[in-house]
Design a protein around this ligand. Sequence first.
Ligand code: NAP
Length: 344
Amino acid sequence: MSIRVIQWTTGHVGREAVKGILRHPELELVGCYAWSDSKIGQDVGTLCGLAPVGISASGDIDALLAIDADCVCYMPTFPDIDEVERILASGKNVVSSYFINARSWGNDVQSRLQKAAETGNVSLFGSGIFPGFANFVAAIMAQASYGFKKIRFLESVDLSHYEAFANYANLGWGQTPSDQWRDTSEQVLGTYSECIDVIASLLNVPVSGIRFEYEHATTPNDREFFGFPLPAGSIAGQKCRWIGSVGNNDVIELEVVWNAGKGLEPEWPVRHGYTMEIDGDPQIHTRVKFIPSESQMQGGRPADLANVVTAMPVINAIPAVCAAAAGIQTYADLPLIKPYYTPD
Ligand SMILES: NC(=O)c1ccc[n+]([C@@H]2O[C@H](COP(=O)([O-])OP(=O)(O)OC[C@H]3O[C@@H](n4cnc5c(N)ncnc54)[C@H](OP(=O)(O)O)[C@@H]3O)[C@@H](O)[C@H]2O)c1
């Protein structure tokens, strides 16, 4: 029997999630929530650039929660905690691209979500690429060493090809540099720090403290990406580091380096992907880089792959999440998630 899934919004990541649900042999799309009025009533296939699938997007949350569905794939720009609580309490599992364990949202929110999941006897799981799947890859690499002292993880990308560029507006991009953007980044990007909890749990690291470091880069000239203006002198890049330590030893280091094009001040090197290093016996180094497939090149939207690699770890996890015990689940709790062999 299929696992019945409702897609919650069809933005950049949500559109790829819909394609992933339709192609997944265990999943069936049974509904779709639209936040934008203009999308309500439209066929979900059409909204995702596909042929119609016979399911219309709806803005009626009560009607959607009344659908006999197993799981909601929750992908709005920001989560609405009341909404997630309602979905869970209605007995639907939730998978999301903006969730790890809610520790950074505070005890109150975390326990509300845990309680709602227990009430509905369902679970809540979040992934994506980072935060999410890439951290899991980094953690499991350590298996091949006698032991390890440190794990370093770096996401380094040029965002000038990223269609969801406006997602960086709330981090101060396009604004005059000021200390407030450090604090905003620490708060808005809190789910990144939660990945330290997951890695620590997977690798038995007794983390005693987590700290955050931030630097920004500015653009020397006016520039614009996907209609988003970055005036000369404004923030057009940032480096953030989350460090989990055990006493005085820094053990888990997660870093992002995001640039909007070349020629920023300072100009950090762009490594186009993920670099992971285990400082152990032996040392283990891995690079994960995503390359557009032939069909993505032919479709003329190679940059969409950033949304695919965000959506698919979430979609592939649905069977395991629906089978898991009630409550908040992470990669440290779920069994190994297996993708499907899908010949043409
Ligand atoms: N973990 C990762 O690796 C990773 C990577 C990238 C993104 N993300 C996260 O994934 C989520 C989706 O990203 P995205 O790029 O797809 O986002 P997006 O395209 O900007 O927005 C997703 C949808 O959110 C709805 N929306 C827009 N403004 C809203 C508002 N003010 N209140 C409520 N809903 C609103 C819209 O729904 P309609 O479709 O109905 O119009 C929109 O299509 C975000 O939370 C993002 O941070 C995670």
